[in-house]
Design a protein around this ligand. Structure first.
Ligand code: G6P
Length: 799
């Protein structure tokens, strides 16, 4: 806007300045000339008007007629005085205010007669002397005989100089106004032409973009566009390719699709992931050997397959007891680890570990991240705790990770994927170190409303940090809206709802929803036999009959997961429907997490206590039967978890609040036989995609108990129908698509930045922001973006 205003104002000021000087230079002499001519002409007219009367008065020797005419002429304020002299000393007739003592004397003679003061005054008057010839007889001796053929009288016409000056000034003003008017017209003309030129240029670019580059290809693009053609062609190619991929509903989103996308759209650019939790943890066993542990983290589950497809670098906290023993001198290790005697993996990538002291971990991880931000963002009624020293550690650790990423970057513009609430400050810190990087930040947990977020004493700093990102992703549109509303409340930023972006401190951040998902694999050929084997094996291992009905719950032992509410729902089911006593159990796998925090150790205690109480209560009612709650507070690897999914015909996901919850999706993906029932909390992000689940309010124990009863008696045909719909959606919206959409948006942004740089180079003008947004919009339209958006699109279509 500023540039645009300058483009208007500068030419205007320049043109006016030039014209001002011109008008000063030209108008002075011009006006003087005009005034002089006018005075002379008026004196001439006076002489013509009086000539007859003069002749008459000379002939008749009577001046009264002449005097009358002179008086009537000097009524005109422009004529000050008039005199007619027959010689320098003799006045024939004169107006009343003519200085009589002057007669018609000139020069020194005049000064002598009237004195110096009057002479000074006279010098300011415009005095014109005109000799008028008279016939010899006419003079009657009155006229000087200086001329041999007769004589002459002298007419003296004095004109008012003040009056002439006033008119002069008036004329000067009109002239200046004329010049200014001319200047404004010229400036407007200049601006209109410049504006037309700019629009013409922009339209040229638009035409090239909208006709799919046909004109450019045929060499019909206008010459001003020529320097941009290579970039525009590349942009178009990438957009067309995006559209092709995304319009093609038969496309299978697989690791290969992601690889292709990286190669084609990001020209193989380097990808760096940053997260707190590392994907592989090396732990030392008591006997000194090392084992590799996979963390219970939805984030790791989701990002790991993407990383394997991209073969980039993952920067994370080295938290395992043997982590430092397996890295190289730069704290790097190749992962996944190759089993002994195994072949090198084709999809390996580098894990760069960052080491934290116990104090740093306490302040940054346990303190600010997990006692502050985690309860702040989840509505689970655990109060957030904010301590100044935790905040200081959080800042310091974010800066350490920023250094590590900058150290890992091989180019100055890598694509950096920043993960989760542990690194809210990292995007801006990275922007300072790598200004040309494309930073995609994904917030894996919910974003609260502005009032709740305002509890955080460092709300502004957190938002400012996050707005260093190029793209900021949340699971649902609702979390995006909350974020935008929070920015609106706390920062002076420009929010554009139309394209969901925030501009702050010269950085534009797109805020988008990217519902996270899981890898998708088509059903195995032996899916049925494998499921049956798992069902029997689990029941046998637990000492249950083959007919025993099982529900599964898999969570970290976290107060947001609604584990206690879930167990209470089982108790209520058995209370209402005692027929299930001894015939149904919930297998609850709960992976210990953040156990040194009080809220977590209290939850551990409560969960164990509730399980014990409910089992005792059931044992009283149905002695000798299997317990309704089978509680396994332990880590399970992913294969073991999948076996449990296949073995249990019901899954219970009853989170009190959850960004997405991948357990719900994993369960659906694992049910390759097409049966099984998912009970899903409406407060988990997954509920906005998996509509065919039995959706419950986990706080309403009876409702969940009813859902359990319904699940236990649901007809297999209905189970299959619901499961088929959910599986179809997951096959389509899998983790490769999640990453693919983010990376495509990143590629668009990079391309936009490149074209914009080019435009600035060529024209020195910054292109309007909206110019290169169309591809994203078009793709969103073609793609439906997220399942929710696709759903919205379908509804709109139906209407
Ligand atoms: C959630 C968070 C992740 C985190 C995971 C496990 O899913 O969004 O960032 O890694 O919990 O928690 P932990 O503290 O053990 O890493």
């Amino acid at each position: 806007m500023l540039r645009l205003s300058l483009a208007f104002i500068v030419p205007l000021v320049v043109v006016l300045g030039v014209l001002g000087v011109l008008s000063m230079q030209v108008s002075g002499p011009l006006l003087q000339g005009w005034t002089q001519r006018e005075l002379d002409e008026r004196a001439g007219l006076v002489s013509k008007a009086l000539h007859g009367a003069i002749m008459l008065s000379l002939e008749e020797g009577n001046q009264s007629e002449l005097s009358q005419q002179i008086e009537s002429l000097t009524e005109d304020e422009r004529l000050y005085a008039i005199a007619v002299c027959t010689s320098p000393n003799a006045v024939l007739a004169a107006s009343r205010n003519y200085p009589a003592e002057l007669a018609c004397a000139e020069g020194r003679d005049a000064t002598t007669r009237v004195g110096p003061a009057m002479a000074r005054w006279l010098s300011q008057m415009h005095v014109r002397r005109i000799d008028l010839p008279v016939a010899p007889a006419a003079g009657g001796g009155l006229v000087s005989d200086a001329a041999p053929d007769g004589g002459h009288v002298t007419l003296v016409v004095m004109q008012n100089p003040a009056e002439a000056g006033r008119r002069d000034q008036q004329a000067r003003n009109y002239l200046t106004m004329l010049f200014v008017g001319l200047g404004v017209v010229l400036a407007l003309l200049f601006i209109t032409v410049a504006n037309w030129g700019w629009r013409h240029w922009i339209n040229g670019v638009r035409r090239v973009l909208s006709d799919g580059g046909q004109a450019a290809a045929l060499g019909r693009a206008s010459p001003e566009i020529q320097p941009l053609l290579p970039d525009l062609r590349r942009l178009l190619r990438s957009v067309h390719e995006d559209r092709r991929i995304l319009k093609d509903t038969t496309i299978e989103w697989r690791p290969e699709t992601l690889k292709l996308l990286l190669r084609e759209h990001l020209s193989g650019d380097e990808v760096i992931v940053v997260s707190n939790r590392e994907p592989y943890i090396h732990q030392r066993n008591e006997d000194g050997t090392i084992r590799v542990q996979r963390p219970a983290s939805g984030l790791v589950t989701a990002v790991e397959p993407v990383m394997r497809a991209c073969s980039g670098t993952w920067v994370a906290h080295g938290s395992g007891s043997a982590d430092a023993d397996v890295v190289d001198a730069r704290s790097r290790v190749r992962v996944p680890p190759i089993p002994e005697g195994g072949e090198p993996l084709h999809d390996a990538y580098t894990l760069r570990r960052v080491w934290l002291s116990a104090e740093e971990e306490r302040g940054y991880y346990y303190g600010f991240a997990n006692e502050g931000l985690w309860p702040l963002c989840h509505i689970a009624h655990v109060r957030p705790v904010f301590r100044e020293e935790d905040w200081q550690q959080y800042r310091a650790v974010n800066a350490r990770f920023a250094d590590a990423v900058a150290d890992e970057a091989r180019t100055d513009n890598p694509v950096v994927l920043v993960q989760d609430y542990h690194f809210a400050l990292l995007p801006r810190m990275l922007r300072a170190r790598l200004p040309r990087a494309t930073i995609i930040t994904f917030w894996h947990i919910p974003w609260p409303n502005p009032e709740s977020f305002g509890i955080c004493p460092w709300a502004r700093e957190i938002l400012e940090g996050m707005l260093g990102s190029t793209i900021l992703g949340f699971h649902t549109p609702y979390h995006c809206q909350n974020f935008m509303a929070t920015v609106d409340r706390f920062l002076e930023a420009r929010i554009t709802q139309e394209d969901q972006s925030v501009s702050f401190m010269g950085q534009r951040t797109q805020v988008r929803d990217y519902p996270i998902s899981i890898p998708w694999h088509p059903p195995a050929d032996d899916a049925l036999s494998r499921a049956q084997a798992d069902q029997s094996a689990l029941r046998e291992a637990m000492g249950l009959s083959p007919e025993h009905r099982l529900a599964i719950g898999v969570d970290r032992l976290d107060y947001t997961k609604g584990i206690v509410e879930r167990m209470l729902a089982v108790e209520r089911l058995l209370d209402r429907h005692p027929m299930w006593l001894g015939r149904f159990s919930l297998v609850q796998i709960a992976a210990p997490t953040r156990s040194s925090l009080e809220a977590y150790s209290a939850l551990d205690h409560r969960v164990r206590e509730e399980a014990r109480r409910i089992n005792a209560w059931a044992a009283e009612r149905a002695p000798g039967t299997p317990p309704p709650i089978i509680l396994l507070i332990e880590q399970h690897d992913s294969e073991s978890v999948r076996r449990h999914y296949r073995a249990c015909e019901i899954a219970m996901v009853t989170s009190l609040h959850d960004g997405m919850n991948l357990v719900a999706k994993e369960y659906v993906a694992a049910r390759e036989t097409g049966d099984g029932v998912l009970i899903l909390s409406r407060f988990a992000g997954a509920a906005s995609e998996l509509h065919e689940a039995l959706v419950v309010n986990p706080y309403h124990i009876e409702e969940t108990a009813d859902a359990l009863a319904k699940a236990l008696t649901m007809h297999p045909a209905e189970q299959r129908e619901r499961m088929r719909a959910m599986r179809t959606r997951l096959a389509d919206f899998n983790i490769y698509r999640w990453a693919g959409r983010m990376l495509l948006d990143a590629a668009d942004e990079r391309q936009r930045a490149r074209v914009q740089d080019r435009i600035v180079q060529v024209s020195g003008v910054v292109a309007p922001e909206g110019l290169f947004r169309a591809p994203w919009r078009a793709r969103q339209a073609a793609n439906g973006g997220s399942p929710a958006a696709a759903e919205r699109g379908k509804r709109a279509h139906k209407v």
